[in-house]
Design a protein around this ligand. Sequence first.
Ligand code: NAD
Ligand code: DAU
Length: 331
Amino acid sequence: MKILVTGGAGFIGSNFVHYLIEHSDHTVTVLDKLTYAGNLASLEGLPDNRFQFVKGDICDAALVDELFARHDAVVHYAAESHNDNSLDDPRPFLDTNIVGTYTLLEAARRHDIRLHHISTDEVYGDLELDDPQRFTETTPYNPSSPYSSTKAGSDLLVRAWVRSFGVKATLSNCSNNYGPYQHVEKFIPRQITNVLLGERPKLYGTGENVRDWIHANDHSSAVLTVLERGRLGETYLIGADGERNNKQVVELILREMGQPADAYDHVNDRPGHDLRYAIDPSKLRDELGWRPAFADFEAGLADTIAWYRANEAWWMPQKSATEARYQAQGQ
Ligand code: NAD
Ligand code: DAU
């Protein structure tokens, strides 16, 4: 197949592009606006005969139309992805996550092209710490932030275009990803790069909030599985049984980096901060036989720390502007 990947210069999209090139015969075109979160350095080393990059906006209907005409499938990662930014300025989230997804759906309808929509577990809201139920495909939507509400809106658009217009789409909702090439605004890279620069990690609130961590490579293998074998119109939840609270993660990072486990600061909490996410991935495992390869979070985290240590040139250009934004918010 000729696959168009939107947002392929971001953290998870670029991981998927590398994964596709290594694990399939498909060719790939990336469509990416190169916002602050996009980085062409994440796509270095890909073969010219199987990879092409197009700089552009998913809201540009003419460009999207031209690209859909010459591809067989689309995997849609492009989004404004950071909760803290959405609390500061929600507008770009509405433009890209809602209008951008709408633009792709209209093109998918015109070209009758296969589309896979990438979404997040945050559309389901949050769970109590002791809730025995995890999120499943039938959990009601209950998003908390401008980011998660625009992702929820985009999911609902996809479902409506499937039902009303017969668009050949699947959806997946994944838990928190970690791994190389993640922007330093996000939790794990922020703390690793702080320690590398002699700064202390910053924990929001008490640090009791739980996230369900999955390595980005496992997200990519799950998406390729759904793209190739998922049932049209279906949603698949992607997770790897990786629940940890934020305090545990910061302590793991500090220990792995040779620092005392309590060498971090508590800072202002995120307004409306979701308490816990947890994915039940049974449908994906039972129906499509998918399994994560990175079962050991501590080992994956150690590899990720080693990657940031070795790739300062990749992350350093964004670090000071990112920290200046956090400082202005007391975080
Ligand atoms: P990211 O912020 O690292 O990358 C987003 C990419 O989209 C960037 O390359 C950016 O330039 C591009 N982009 C933004 N607006 C665009 C536009 N209008 N047109 C074209 N390109 C545009 O995000 P990420 O963490 O890699 O997340 C990718 C997707 O996965 C998002 O849809 C996100 O909601 C979803 N997701 C992320 C996680 C996570 O833990 N990071 C978990 C589950 C789902
Ligand atoms: O669950 C999937 C979602 O995971 C994706 O949809 C989002 O795109 C992705 O950004 C991520 O959202 P979170 O808000 O969970 O991720 P973030 O890395 O921003 O924060 C993870 C947790 O760490 C969260 O509880 C907030 C906390 N945190 C974050 C930062 C940046 C801190 O304690 N300190 C920090 O400095």
